[in-house]
Design a protein around this ligand. Structure first.
Ligand SMILES: Cc1cc2nc3c(=O)[nH]c(=O)nc-3n(C[C@H](O)[C@H](O)[C@H](O)COP(=O)(O)O)c2cc1C
Length: 275
């Protein structure tokens, strides 16, 4: 196995950060050099028209997505479903904001299996909640140093498992938490929950980072509620902090999460049993 490919959806970059740390541990364990590592970030809508070449036994693929309402976000699930693989080991990661990951890791495993991957390990890591802000700091600054060390260890241990496994087809199926039928997940659209303040300089960063083309440059960079997936990438990326969460149901939810899910959760990792 010579090539590592990371494939991820990550509007506020916590999933990306975790996947890169896992990759470091994996590459070290398998002595794979940086030139054999490719990252496919399909967060931007235009990147989702790319069709990736099929993966084979020379590949190791990391699939990563945040958890939205206990599920893999629809844009991510739809992209993953178009991948094809044959006898390719997959490392599955979901990143969630310290509430629960519910059925997301199971869903990712099921998608990967249908594509032809062999899921060898899976993990759920904590990332700063998309709805977090300095005054509502849900899982603020996660993944932290300790999370990233665990992510590297997870990659390293997956590498060790792959080295020991002579025939991937004989590996016992990976078991992860979750139930099928999955939770209902997100509906379409969002409430009108973002205010653009006078601090906006029309730089357009918000529109550049939006994964769902939900920002209208012709209308003061206002959010198009029907297209918004609530990811808050625009709020977090604004160099002027000109985008704020309005009072309303999303801010109330953020406050609730901050009160209810304040005890920091550790990462959870799972490995397929050796043959
Ligand atoms: C619409 C939406 C739904 C979310 N649902 C959950 C959830 O069910 N459980 C949870 O713990 N975190 C949830 N989160 C938080 C994200 O999973 C978390 O912030 C993650 O780190 C974001 O990943 P990213 O930085 O790669 O975008 C949700 C975030 C959004 C925007």
């Amino acid at each position: 196995m010579k090539k590592i490919t990371l494939i991820y959806f990550s509007p506020t970059k916590t999933t990306e950060t975790v996947l890169r740390a896992i990759t470091q541990g994996l590459a070290r364990s398998l002595e794979i050099s940086g030139s054999e590592i490719t990252a496919v970030n399909f967060t931007r809508p235009e990147s989702r028209s790319t069709v990736l070449a099929p993966f084979d036994h020379n590949d190791i693929v990391l699939l990563g997505a945040p958890v939205y309402a206990g599920r893999v976000p629809a844009d991510a699930a739809n992209f993953f479903k178009n991948l094809t693989a044959s006898n390719t080991p997959a490392i599955l990661t979901v990143v969630y904001g310290n509430r629960e990951y519910d059925d997301a890791l199971l869903e990712l495993k099921d998608i990967a299996s249908v594509c032809g991957f062999i899921p060898v390990s899976g993990a759920a890591f904590i990332g700063e909640h998309s709805f977090a802000s300095t005054d509502i700091p849900i899982a603020m600054n996660r993944p932290d140093e300790n999370d990233l060390k665990q992510a590297e260890d997870f990659g390293n241990n997956t590498g060790k498992l792959l080295k020991k496994t002579k025939d991937l087809k004989k590996i016992a199926a990976l078991k992860v938490p979750g139930t099928f039928p999955y939770k209902e997940g997100m509906g379409k659209g969002a409430p009108d929950f973002i205010e653009v303040t006078d601090a906006c300089t029309n730089c357009g960063t918000c529109a550049t980072v939006c994964p769902s083309k939900a920002i209208d440059p012709e209308n003061g960079f206002a959010t198009i509620a029907a297209d918004c997936i609530l990811c808050c990438a625009c709020i977090k990326a604004c160099p002027e902090q000109a985008r704020l969460m309005k009072d309303g149901p999303i801010k109330d939810k953020a406050r609730w999460l901050n009160e209810t899910c304040s005890t920091p959760k550790p990462a959870q990792v799972f490995f397929a049993a050796e043959p």
